[in-house]
Design a protein around this ligand. Structure first.
Ligand code: CAA
Length: 384
């Protein structure tokens, strides 16, 4: 067992850290207040290889590996969580297409995702009445000759406003439960595929989420990913990988918060001394860094298993659950360390706290992660 990153992993981490410090950190407050994403930044990230980190070079990916991806994601999230989630969903999308798409689909879309021509990709699974339980979705895809005709709607679709390509789930067999769901690829602006209402969010405001409407959206059969009825498993496998991204992001937000608060505590004088000299503050610092390191190791273990081609469903859920819960706790403490200033918009702690909140919700709530973990343990000969 070796806990040290390789030279290449360290190099990629450093590259992401430098980019984040120079290009993202100064822009993050404005991205939050205006809720507008500066698209050239996403293009610059694509140029650095951050939009297809697990994609082979033949499709324009940087094939950096899952561990490097996790390390880079944490660095990006330390500077701007909105950018981090865009990066996470885009990488997840590129991988879904690469794993399940035909050669035609892969060559048409993946180079444009990795190269930044598309800005980002979007993952259209959730519906207003099918969130934690996507198998209950109502959108339909009716086969008509060589085409499918899609009808229905999607909710909370990350990056829908900017995405060049979408993976979209709909029922090809309404009576077959999870086995009746299929996945389709849809390009931006396709007739009958409408990006609707923009939601106002509490945090990660530079990452837009929108409603999507499908009104007799007619797709050629070649836009089907894998086979009819494979959609649910495709979504679950994609989300396993996505949860590594969200866990890595949560670690980054937590680190940003506690690093800021620690520096503040060393300079904030009360009762004639820096507040970092008080044990109450020291324990918050010690607990926060310890918990975040534990979270980082859990997430990296999932990344390592995925990179080795082994099963990682349970580890990804453990990493996402622990990292997102811990990061929220750390943000709470870090804001507390700044007292009244922590609550003010002049300081970044209130933004970190808002940005962090959703990490226990999207890509499977903490309750769903516990369900996945328990099922994995109870359904196998779990050896600790
Ligand atoms: N990998 C491969 N296959 C899987 C799988 C996995 N991780 N998980 C389940 N499956 C398979 C099962 O083996 C089963 O197949 P068989 O019938 O052939 O055995 C099939 O899928 C159905 O599985 P379940 O019976 O376990 O399905 P379920 O309806 O009970 O749901 C669940 C399981 C884990 C609760 C799942 O519904 C889930 O993960 N829910 C959360 C959804 C979610 O994360 N949504 C996030 C939206 S996207 C997003 O947030 C992106 C963003 O914007 C940032």
């Amino acid at each position: 067992m070796d806990f040290r990153p390789t030279e290449e992993q360290k190099m990629i981490q450093q590259m992401a850290r430098d980019f984040a410090a120079k290009e993202l950190k100064p822009r993050a407050p404005e991205i939050d207040t205006t809720a507008k994403y500066p698209l050239p930044v996403l293009k610059a990230m694509a140029d650095l290889g951050m939009m297809g980190m697990n994609i082979p070079a033949e499709y324009g990916g940087s094939q950096a590996g899952v561990v490097s991806y996790s390390l880079a994601m944490t660095e990006i999230a330390k500077a701007c969580a909105s950018t981090a989630v865009t990066m996470s969903v885009t990488n997840m999308m590129a991988e879904v297409l690469h794993t399940f798409g035909s050669e035609e689909i892969c060559s048409a879309h993946i180079p444009k995702i990795c190269g930044g021509e598309y800005s980002c990709g979007a993952f259209a699974l959730t519906e207003s009445t099918a969130g934690s339980d996507p198998a209950s979705m109502k959108s339909t895809a009716k086969r008509e000759g060589d085409h499918y005709v899609l009808n229905g709607s999607k909710t909370f679709i990350t990056s829908a406003e900017y995405a060049g390509v979408f993976v979209l789930w709909a029922k090809t067999d309404k009576d077959a439960g999870a086995k009746g769901i299929s996945a389709f690829v849809v390009g931006k602006g396709h007739p009958g595929f409408i990006v609707g209402r923009h939601e106002e969010k509490m945090g990660q405001r530079g990452s837009p989420v929108n409603e999507i409407l499908m009104e007799n959206c007619c797709l050629p059969r070649s836009n089907l990913l894998s086979q009819e009825g494979d959609g649910f498993k495709i979504a679950m496998m994609a989300l396993d990988g996505g949860r590594i991204g969200i866990g890595s992001m949560a670690v980054g937000i937590g680190l940003a918060a506690i690093e800021y608060a620690t520096a503040y505590a060393q300079n904030r004088i009360q009762f004639g001394q820096p507040i970092s000299s008080f044990q109450a503050i020291q324990w918050m610092i010690a607990d926060s860094f310890t918990e975040l390191e534990a979270a980082r190791l859990l997430v990296l273990r999932a990344a390592f298993l995925k990179e080795k081609g082994e099963r990682f469903t349970r580890e990804a859920s453990m990493g996402k659950l622990f990292a997102s819960e811990i990061a929220n706790r750390v943000c709470y403490k870090a804001l507390q360390m700044l007292g009244g200033y922590g609550y003010m918009k002049d300081y970044p702690l209130e933004r970190y706290s808002r940005d962090c909140r959703v990490t226990t919700i999207y890509e499977g709530t903490s309750e769903i992660q516990r369900l996945v973990i328990a099922r994995e343990i109870l359904g196998s000969n779990y050896v600790s």
